[in-house]
Every structure is written in C-alpha cells, then in structure tokens.
Design a protein around this ligand. Sequence first.
Ligand SMILES: [Zn+2]
Length: 316
Amino acid sequence: MGALDRDWARKDGPPAPPHAPRQSQSREPQWARTMQPPPPRFGGSRPPRPRRPSPKRKLRWGTAVVVAVVAALYLPSLLSENDDFPPTLPFSSSSDAPPPGVGASDTPLGVPPDVGYSDEFVLIEPPDPSQDFIAYDPCRPVHYVVRPEDAPDGTDGLIEAAVAEISEATGLQFVNDGTTSEGPSPDRDSYQPEVYGERWAPVLFAWTNEEETPGLEGSMVALASSEYAEVPGEPAVYVTGQVKLDAEDVTGWLEGPEGRYEVKGLIMHELGHVVGLDHIEDRDQLMHATAPVYEIQDGDRAGLALVGTGPCVPEL
Ligand SMILES: [Zn+2]
C-alpha cells in the first residue's frame, strides 16, 4: 500500500509546515484550518524521487511523503526458484491476486489531452527506480466505489465530479461501481473476491472519522493512496487505492460559501495522489500540500497527462 499526505490551507489560514516524511503506504492530504500549524505526523520514510531533478524538486526531497509499497505478491523472489514460470503464473488459485487481465483491452481506453509543457509536478516514486513512474494501467478501467455512510449533507455528486475532472486530465477511464459497506483500512486487501468478485478491488472512497482513521486526527482532512502490483519483467502498476475523507472536517468546510467548490478541489487533490502525483512546492498548483488551490493548474495538468500514459500490463 502506499499513501501520500497533503496539507491544504484555507484561504484565511497560515502556511502549513512542511510535511514530515510519512511512514508507510499511502498519501494523505492534510488541510490546515486552524491558526496552529499541525505537528509532523509521520515517521521516517523514503523521500520521493523527482522524475527530473531540479532545484525546486530537490527541495521536496526533505519534505515529502513516501510512496507506498505494497503488493509483494509478485516480487521476483517468488519466482526465483523456478525461472521457467511464465509471467502469468505467479497467480495461483489460492493466491491473493485475481486472474490476469480482467477487463483489460489491447490498447489504452483513453488518451490524455495535449497539454503545454510544465515541470511543476512531482511523480510518486516507483518501487523500481529504473521505472520512469508508476500509474494505473490505462488499458483497463479504474473502478471505484463509495462508502456513503456519514457523508456530510451537501456533498452529493462531489466525488463523481472530481473523478470526471481527473479522468479527463489523465485519459484514464473511471467506472463508478456504486456504494459499498467496506470501510477504509491501512491493511486493505487489494483483492477481495468475496466482496468485489475476481478482479482487483475498486478504489475505495470513504467518509470516515478520526477514530476509524487515526491519520485524520487534527487538521488532516483527507488521506489517499494506491497499491501496486507487479509481475517479473513488467513494470509495476497501481491496481487499487483508497481516499479517506474526514466527514467532520468537510462538514465545517461546507459552511463556507465556496464549500462545495473547495471540497471538490480537495477530492481532486487526493485523486492526484491516487493516480501517481506527489506534492509540488509550487503554491500555484493543485498538488501543493497546503495552498488554497482548488482546480487543476498547468503543472498538475502536465503531470496528470503523463500518468495517464502508463504501461498496460495484462499479466496483472
Ligand atoms: Zn496531498
């Protein structure tokens, strides 16, 4: 699993402190609403690796989040004793992975739009540094479900609207599989055939709280992460993810005149993490950790278009 974090400051809020490196597997956003900067929340971890080193990105090394690494399912070590295995055979009937290629087409289902050049984005570090970046397989849909329990009044349609914008910016085709009763978990299984059938579990959006999701304590408003899987000889790709939204904090946001607009921006920021973007130092970008930016900007657009061109891996 992997998680990212993000601090978002309200327009009337102070700048948030840099992120402390996160401990584990997912990325989360943190929106600072109070006058007190939130304390560092995470333990040690690897800093993200910029795709193209630049002074700005080097600054991010010390402040960023860690990418999640999960899915040890298909690590080469699993095959080291039998190199005759074809790449499609790491899966067995009893494995923790679905049959390969469920829902996969021969070509990408969509293409990202042409965008102008910008390097104002940061890619999540892939598990293998020789891989340019990590992303969802564009040859298959990105399914998602929503746990609607405790959704704040006034949030109808916001997840779908945010998904639509990220879909357009990446070319990734998202499919809404409806609602679920599954709750968020740092140990969420990427394959839950008893719940979702023999395919990778869909991306889970959940309205949650600080008790269920301790990472949302304080001013942290949302968390997001994706999990990857890989087969030997093929690039790692994301197969599922989670977006955890603090219902109480979002309820407070919605009291403002632009609450829905801002919450949609929050969800888009989270989705940016889900599809493979890390935080950027540029405060004009949606993917800045704390800046009050609620729409996709030029750097975000370039990054989203890039992660929409990931490899297709039908072996997964
Ligand atoms: Zn973030």
